[in-house]
Design a protein around this ligand. Sequence first.
Ligand code: HEM
Ligand code: MG
Length: 329
Amino acid sequence: VPASPPGPLRFDGSKLVFDKKHPWEAPRRGDLRGACPGLNTLASHGYLPRNGVATPSQIITAVQEAFNMENKLARFTTYFAMILDGNLVTDLISIGGKTPLTGVDPPLPAIVGGMTNHGTFEGDASVTRADSFFGDNHSFNQTLFDQFKDFSEEYGNGFYNMTVAGELRFHRIQQSIAQNPQFNLAGLRHLTAYAEVTFPANFFVDGRKQGSEIGQLDMKTAESFFKDMRFPKGFHRAAKPFEVDGIDVVFSAHPVLPGKNNGEEVDTFTVDESLGSLLDRCKLYTEYVNTTVRSLYPNPTGVLRRNLELNLQFLFDALSDFECTQVFL
Ligand code: HEM
Ligand code: MG
């Protein structure tokens, strides 16, 4: 039976997290890494299993302990991913691609593709990773990181902050609309695309920073996380638990509605609110269960069904701030 998710931290202030017990080690042959610079870093420091395969509880514990991610955000992000990309029978998920390390797959059409599987959790217009349409949706992309630095120079005086996030989020969406015929920014991706760009300013900035330095990420530190999957020397986690603080600033800078290109041609972006969005979170949750999850698990039985129901319960519990009506299988 999958364990109930961990609660909030008991001590939730800043502390040294690049400590003696968590040395950095380069990934070894066979270790999995993916599109999330946060989780990649946690695996390379041993806050997660270094092979990149973990249980939801391990992920929640790690993001709280090492980054001070707020408990509900940690829980719903983890269960959104687990239910789409993980193995619900073995309670394991890869932070990278598909792997036998998560155990025997449940029957098709389940994918159990790991977090780099495109179109479930991973999506388009990431800021340091290319769109799946162009081939590699998970590796650090130097060209995109140069753009990240250019935007930080232009809009943030050399630092990545929420102003930069607002501009870069919009620019990456425009780039994908213009270049990727299969560009998709609907449903869950609409929420994650806006949420993710707040994370570097909230979680990658050392928790000892004071006053106006809070929320300002320098480029050396950014490169350490995004490229090297490594804490800077002496890194202290954030001084308080962060949620998606700043997402309203980022969204209101250039509000783009959920939608997609038509699959055949670029510059065909059409608004599609059928799967909900950042702006309609209950619809997002409802369609996530009724459309996305059901398409992967049309007729679950036995342990699979029990664990799917449990994971959906953990997800719903974590979404209590959304105040939605629960959807059952
Ligand atoms: C992106 C999973 C926590 C930072 C992603 C992506 C996945 C993911 C699958 C790829 C989405 C995409 O851009 O296409 C998760 C899960 C978490 C988690 C399951 C569990 C709570 C964190 C934490 C941080 C973080 C704690 C920061 C400390 C980021 C950033 C991106 C990202 C900055 C965007 C990368 C880019 O656009 O190039 N995450 N993540 N994540 N994650 Fe995480
Ligand atoms: Mg992506």
